[in-house]
Design a protein around this ligand. Structure first.
Ligand code: ADP
Ligand code: GN1
Ligand code: MG
Length: 361
């Protein structure tokens, strides 16, 4: 990305009054993240404006949400410099910097003494993640939803995601459609589940709330000594949504036996011990606010969010890898197959998951 830019990252840093060495950082699929080796450290991010077409809207959301969360953290005597993202303004006083070629950069305080996980080796990590995402959602329960911009329309509208897969198939930009027949057949067969959450929302049985919408395990930073969840990050998609999106998406990634791009299908299963651990942490924070239908759909939300992510990876593969960052050939296809293996296993375990949910409600 940088090779086509008309600026150097040093120029960008100077807009924030920083002069230091930087290195590429983190494992996100969307933005370009850099660590500034200053003392204290900072995180510089180039916002992916192909994905987030309105960076003003994204940054306004993040600014307002972090201010709200910050006040809540202070109220209970927490450390607001560590427990929420802190946007560092530019020298000119703006909340991000737009380069002359349109590239957009933001700066955050680096959250010190934390670790992030792409795979939870111990179930306790899931309990801490559940607490962190649950607490985040609870702190935003009185945030005025009408103040939030919808940064990606229909982000978790699964029927729309199915249509986007159909569009990708019709366009077949990569020419690879014929080679993914098995995956496409699976995706279309399992579209039978796609409308479960959206229909319940239309009926008012599942409520519209302010949600995070990207509750991947590596979007929480954990204390490097105690493993407790310190800070929920990656706030680009905070917008009105369903509690089921946050619950299901966290389990999609966090309760897998494997990393998201594991290719050995024999190794991939949905770990009920991790499910139990996450449900315990998350429901202790938000369980008492849920409607009957939300509770009923908690297990299925894990299947649906995994399915949805799988069809997004598959559509991107067919489109020629234009959305998610890839690091090898067929990376998105590997990810899609991985997610579909997980969907098959979750489907078998739905009754066990319902019993676990009952314990915590
Ligand atoms: P993406 O949208 O590409 O996933 P993220 O905002 O999640 O970008 O950042 C990518 C990674 O960078 C995170 O998973 C985390 O490891 C690290 N990171 C991001 N912001 C911070 C921060 N303020 N302090 C420490 N690490 C961070
Ligand atoms: C992306 O930004 P990151 O890497 O935390 C994606 C999520 C997907 C996830 C799959 C804005 O999350 O929706 O679930 O990849 N974020 C966006 O790993 O599309
Ligand atoms: Mg991320």
């Amino acid at each position: 990305m940088e090779s086509n830019s008309q600026y150097s990252l040093k120029d960008i840093l100077s807009k924030f009054n920083i002069d230091t060495n930087i290195e590429v950082y983190g494992n996100g699929h969307i933005n370009d993240t850099y660590l500034c080796e200053t003392s204290p450290k900072f995180i510089l991010q180039r916002i992916n404006t192909k994905v987030f077409k309105d960076p003003d809207a994204v940054m306004e959301n993040i600014y307002n949400v972090t201010r709200h969360v910050r006040a809540k953290i202070k109220e209970i005597g927490g450390d607001a410099d560590r427990e929420t993202l802190n946007v560092i303004p530019t020298k000119a006083g703006d909340i991000y910097y737009k380069a002359p070629d349109g590239d957009c950069f933001r700066m955050y305080k680096f959250v010190e003494r934390t670790v992030s996980y792409d795979l939870a080796e111990r179930p306790e990590i899931l309990t801490y993640a559940g607490q962190a995402f649950g607490r985040f959602q609870r702190m935003l329960s009185d945030f005025p939803a009408e103040k939030l911009h919808e940064t990606i329309i229909d982000f978790h509208n699964t029927p729309v995601r199915v249509q986007q897969l159909r569009d990708a198939m019709a366009g077949n930009a990569s020419g690879k459609l014929d080679s993914v027949k098995e995956e496409v057949d699976f995706a279309l067969e399992y579209s039978k589940y796609a409308a479960e959450i959206t229909e319940a929302m239309e009926k008012g049985d599942v409520l519209l709330r302010v949600t995070h919408n990207d509750t991947k395990l590596n979007n929480v930073l954990f204390d490097d000594v105690t493993d407790e969840g310190v800070c929920v990050i990656d706030l680009d998609t905070v917008m009105p949504g369903s509690v089921l999106y946050d619950f299901g998406d966290a389990l999609r990634f966090g309760a897998s036996s494997c990393v998201e791009d594991e290719i050995d299908m024999e190794k991939i299963y949905f770990d009920l011990t991790k499910f139990d651990a996450f449900a315990k942490g998350f429901l202790a924070e938000v369980g008492d606010c849920l409607t009957k239908k939300e509770i009923e759909l908690l297990p299925l939300s894990a299947l649906l969010m995994t399915y949805e992510c799988g069809i997004r990876f598959l559509a991107d593969h067919i489109n020629g890898d234009t959305y998610f960052k890839i690091h090898r050939d067929n990376h998105n296809l590997d990810r899609a197959r991985n997610q579909f293996a997980l969907v098959r296993d979750i489907e078998k375990k739905l009754p066990d998951m319902a019993k676990i949910v009952e314990k915590y409600i």
